[in-house]
Design a protein around this ligand. Structure first.
Ligand code: URA
Length: 206
C-alpha cells in the first residue's frame, strides 16, 4: 500500500488553518478548497501523458494530453468540500457520488445513495477527507470496483493509522494521498488531534 503525505509548506499551512478550532465556516471552506488543489495535484502526479502535435503562434511543437479519463468520486458529506477544486483542475472529469453515513455507535458505514459514471478505464479519485476507521473509504472502494474501477487513488485530508491499516487489509493496491497521518482515534472514532467533524465545519451544522 502506498501512502503519500503531502508535506508541501502550503499544504501544512492550510492544514493548520483547518485544524484550528477558531477557524469559522467561510475560511474553513476556502482553505479546504485550497488544500484540495495540492492533494489532487499529488494524486495525479503519476498520470501517463500522450504526446500530441500542436502549433504555437511561432511554430509546430509537441505537447501532451492526459493519458486516461479521470473520475472524481465524492464521499458524502465531507468529500463535497474537495469537489470544486478537483473539477477546477480536471474540467473533463466525470463526477460520482457515494452517500454513506457512519453509524455513530459502531462507526460502520450505512449507504444511502450512489451514482457513478463509467469508470473502467479511468483514474478514479475518491475524495474522503477524514480517513478515520477506514470503513467508509473501504466501502467506497468496493462500490467503484464493482463498477469496473481498477486505478484508484484516495484523496484524504487527515488519516488515522487505523484507517490506513483497514485499507491495507481490504484494498492494498489503492494509493492514499493525505496531508497528515495523525495519532489515532478517540472513543467516538474521531481522529486525534484531527480537525473535528469535517462535514459540520464545512457546512456549519455543528
Ligand atoms: N469524520 C470527521 O469528520 N472527523 C473525524 O475525525 C473522523 C471522521
Amino acid at each position: 500500500m502506498s501512502v503519500t503525505v503531502v508535506d508541501h509548506p502550503l499544504a501544512q499551512h492550510y492544514l493548520t488553518i483547518l485544524r484550528d478550532r477558531s477557524t469559522g465556516t467561510p475560511l474553513f471552506r476556502e482553505t479546504a478548497r485550497r488544500l484540495a488543489y495540492l492533494l489532487v495535484a499529488e494524486a495525479t502526479s503519476d498520470l501517463a501523458l500522450h504526446e500530441k502535435p500542436i502549433e504555437t503562434p511561432l511554430e509546430p511543437t509537441m505537447g501532451t494530453s492526459l493519458g486516461k479519463p479521470i473520475v472524481v468520486v465524492a464521499v458524502f458529506r465531507a468529500g463535497l468540500g474537495l469537489v470544486d477544486a478537483a473539477i477546477d483542475l480536471l474540467p473533463n472529469a466525470r463526477v460520482g457520488y457515494a452517500g454513506v453515513q457512519r453509524n455513530e455507535e459502531t462507526a460502520e458505514p450505512m449507504e444511502y445513495y450512489t451514482k457513478f459514471p463509467p469508470m473502467a478505464d479511468a483514474r478514479v479519485l475518491i475524495l474522503e477527507p477524514m480517513l478515520a476507521t477506514g470503513g467508509s473509504l473501504a466501502w467506497a472502494c468496493e462500490q467503484v470496483k464493482s463498477k469496473g474501477a481498477v486505478d484508484i487513488t484516495a484523496v484524504c485530508v487527515v488519516s488515522a493509522p487505523d484507517g490506513i491499516k483497514v485499507m491495507e487489509e481490504r484494498h492494498p493496491e489503492v494509493r492514499i494521498v493525505t496531508a497528515a497521518v495523525d495519532r489515532g482515534l478517540n472513543e467516538r472514532f474521531y481522529i486525534e488531534p484531527g480537525l473535528g467533524d469535517m462535514g459540520d465545519r464545512l457546512f456549519g451544522t455543528a
